[in-house]
Design a protein around this ligand. Structure first.
Ligand SMILES: *Cc1c(COP(=O)(O)O)cnc(C)c1O
Ligand SMILES: [Zn+2]
Length: 411
């Protein structure tokens, strides 16, 4: 049996049994999974973890399942790359890229949350899974849902990048493209979730789904040699990933794996959809919803469900939040590619460009260790780079033509 003691309202603290529910009946606060850390401490040791298969399930006692993992058995344990070239470029001593562009079946960090959500959906006995997605969640639910034998309903804003739509369709889900932005898709899905008994991964089973994000935090600690970084930069859509990376760090402290924890957590957004970083910069607790307008569509949530909690984590840890223009997002993608050979999607461009800004502002100390979370693969959002890369050298098939090119390059 698992190590979950129940659900708890983040606002009023009222407790609930483990059910597919997500809001407090009394104060409408979001529900959070609570664990029995005393029990976990006895089994989840560094030594035991190191013996396990290299997937996100190596931390399974800190994930909200009762039985064995059933979905996404190969997800997670993505590389932590020591990014020396990028560090040099940005003028810092020690920089790491947590590279979620690879090693996941659908090439984004959403395979973490979906592995957990669909395993939980199986345990709850659902036969249909669904989601409201900004793109990557659609891929992940479509793919993992197919393998796990679920009926799938996937809702996206109709304006999503064409390549992102194809990458969902290939798994043959019921893909519903809604004429509206993500926040409108999400509102519709809440209504549907109330009416149909489906596991909406980011609505009615959101407390369980969101826990999957912690695995990125666990991996960072393990891959740094069981140490916490001085700084971590996390891209924000709903703000959930950021809060869960921090929860992961705190849990490793709680069960004795980390001796010290003084990490500062930084939030990265695109200026065209920056309700969280704006609140942080203004020093206010109220998230003012916005209408998204950015090429970083996977982060384009104008009314972020966990926005408030993300600002609290940033405040509590002494971090900060920043946002960058679409121009800077593209530059960020190219900088990561040409220094580290990693092709990230627009969200990765947001994180790199924001990190650069935070370093320039002195908010990130040049002599400290920083981890940058890169959450999705660039092949998914190639449209963002159209006409903005270096040029192709088109030639006739002869040596002279090629040598013309060489001459041009050396000039
Ligand atoms: C979903 C997503 C995030 C973060 O999402 P949260 O809602 O803040 O947890 C970050 N990067 C990518 C690429 C995503 O798809
Ligand atoms: Zn409550």
């Amino acid at each position: 049996m698992g190590y979950v003691s129940g659900l708890k309202c983040r606002e009023c603290g009222r407790e609930y049994p483990v059910d597919p529910i997500y809001v407090c009946e009394f104060c409408f606060g979001p529900l959070e999974v609570v664990y029995d850390y005393k029990k976990i401490k006895k089994v989840l040791t560094k030594k035991n973890i190191e013996k396990r298969p290299k997937s996100l399930w190596r931390y399974k006692e800190l994930l909200p399942i009762d039985g064995e993992p059933q979905v996404g058995l190969k997800s997670g344990f993505t590389p932590l790359i020591k990014a020396d070239n990028l560090a040099k470029e940005l003028g810092v001593k020690e920089l790491y890229v947590k590279d979620d562009t690879v090693a996941h079946p659908t090439l984004s960090f959403k395979d973490r949350v979906v592995a957990v959500a669909l395993t939980k959906a199986k345990e709850f006995g659902f036969d249909t899974v669904a989601c409201a997605s900004t793109g990557n969640l659609a891929h992940s639910v479509s793919a993992h849902g197919a393998k796990a034998g679920f009926k799938r309903f996937v809702f996206i804003p109709a304006t999503l990048e064409p390549s992102k739509i194809v990458a969902s369709l290939v798994y043959e889900p019921n893909l519903v493209a809604v004429d509206g932005n993500y926040d409108e898709v999400n509102r519709l899905c809440s209504e549907i979730a109330n009416k149909y008994r489906w596991a909406f991964v980011n609505i009615n089973i959101r407390p369980f789904y969101a826990e999957g994000s912690k695995t990125q935090g666990f991996e960072i600690i393990e891959q740094l040699g069981w140490k916490a970084p001085d700084n971590v930069v996390v891209p924000c859509a709903s703000g959930s990933l950021l809060t869960k990376v921090w929860k992961a760090f705190k849990e490793f402290k709680e069960i004795g794996i980390l001796k010290e924890l003084e990490t500062k957590v930084f939030a990265a957004q695109a200026t065209g959809c920056s309700p969280i970083s704006t609140a942080i910069k203004q020093g206010v607790d109220v998230i003012r919803p916005v209408k998204p307008n950015t090429i970083a569509k996977s982060l384009a949530i104008g009314n972020p469900a966990d926005g408030f909690y993300a600002t609290q984590v940033v405040k509590e840890t002494g971090g900060y939040g920043e946002d960058v223009s679409d121009e800077e997002v593209v530059e960020g993608i190219k900088l990561l590619a040409k220094t580290e050979g990693i092709f990230a999607e627009t969200a990765g461009g947001v994180t790199i460009a924001t990190t650069k800004k935070l370093i320039e502002q002195g908010k990130i100390n040049k002599n400290e260790t920083t981890v940058v979370c890169i959450t999705g693969n660039g092949l998914k959002t190639q449209e963002a780079l159209t006409g903005r890369t270096v040029d192709v050298h088109y030639i006739k098939p002869n040596l002279a033509a090629f040598e013309e090119v060489l001459k041009k390059i050396s000039n």
